[in-house]
Design a binder for this molecule. Sequence first.
Ligand code: URP
Ligand code: ZN
Ligand code: ZN
Length: 460
Amino acid sequence: MSLLIKNGEVITGDARYVADIYCEGETITRIDQNIEAPAGAEVIDATGKYVFPGFIDPHTHIYLPFMGTHSKDTYETGTQAALVGGTTTIFDMCCPSRSMEPGEGFATWQAQAAGKAACDYTFHMGVTKFDANTEAQLRAIVAAGVQSFKIFLAYKGAFGIDDGELYQTLKLAKELGVVTTAHCENETLVAESQKNLLAAGSTGTGAHHESRPPRVEAEGVQHLMTFAELTGAPVYIVHLSCREALEEALRARLRGVQVGIETLIQYLLIDKSYAELPDFEGAKFVMSPPLRDKANQEVLWNGLRQGLVNTVGTDHAPFDFAGQKPMGKDDFTKIPNGIPALEDRINLLYTYGVKTGKIDLHTFVHVASTNAAKIFGLFPRKGTIQPGSDADLVIYDPAYRGKLSARTQVMNVDYSGFEGWPIEGRPAVVTVRGEVAVRDGKFVGTVGRGQFLKRPAIAV
Ligand code: URP
Ligand code: ZN
Ligand code: ZN
């Protein structure tokens, strides 16, 4: 299997040039001018197109038992959707319930993905409790190639951990060279506020964001930062949504805390007014932390542009508007949380970030691919275009014009949070380790070819 991509404009985090890229087997082996096609090589003309490194989504929930239901995608549907949208590697959250042992959780998520994923994948290992049996199992999971944990400071009584468990997790993470990713919201403040709102008769979708104001998230971040500072463990804040939380993270950075910051395409583009839409339409836009006042969007874009916010993910958590969101019809606390976006992240970030001049092409590549690879131990195998890297390439057509819609999406969910939004550009061809997986918006790859990516622990 060999592939020659000719005359594309190669864009990485640091470089921009027109060249040919030759891939032999699964790997990029040569980048040069005027490469002759060897016999049998497939040749793709990328004239007038960008060639980006395969994009990486650092935060997805393809398989998620949550709030009494399951996220809708499977590894088959979710990874095809990822590829159509230009994402060639996903970090799925392995989230065992508190009644499940970590080893059992890891095996469950592995079994969900094996033989079904079309793109490459890895996990952030959820630590949803820390008892006498936890440590040995986490050590084994890290040894199996999982270099990151996931903790929740939210979801009291479900995934949420207490301060003792937080301390033990970070202490172990520091010892093992593991990055701990964290959902930061103060779960007690959320629970008390939910009770008050329901008691006052506020049951609708708009009450969701009232129950989780920016200060609740900022407190979660500040809390994590204190524990990270005192344990010396490297951490990564997932789905940061607002100015207050960002300020707490940046303050901690100045104190020397090693903290990565992720925001989501949803927070950059849609605001809390969507969650207030009438006739329960707002339920499509219920997620946690919630959508915020529009003013936060400029802060997040500035954070990306200035290199303060490191990654843009999706937190892809698809729940149907018809069958699943109505679980919270009369009580907003029961609406399954999540806004699907795995397929749309790159086209939205390009259209509303690059094309509008909010970020340049290099920042685009950094925040949608390279930085995640660097933070989570995949670089330079993933996240860049150079000889020796996996041949995960996105040949991107900036001349494409289209609209997002649930009717045409590959994601297995019955609505789009971006219904009717115009996009200006999309992947023309996507390759996964040298195999063409997408052509002209259609998946043409191989289900089951996606590999579990082993990631070594980092030196801390
Ligand atoms: O609303 C969200 N974010 N749903 C998925 C679970 C999580 O908190 O990441
Ligand atoms: Zn979360
Ligand atoms: Zn999440």
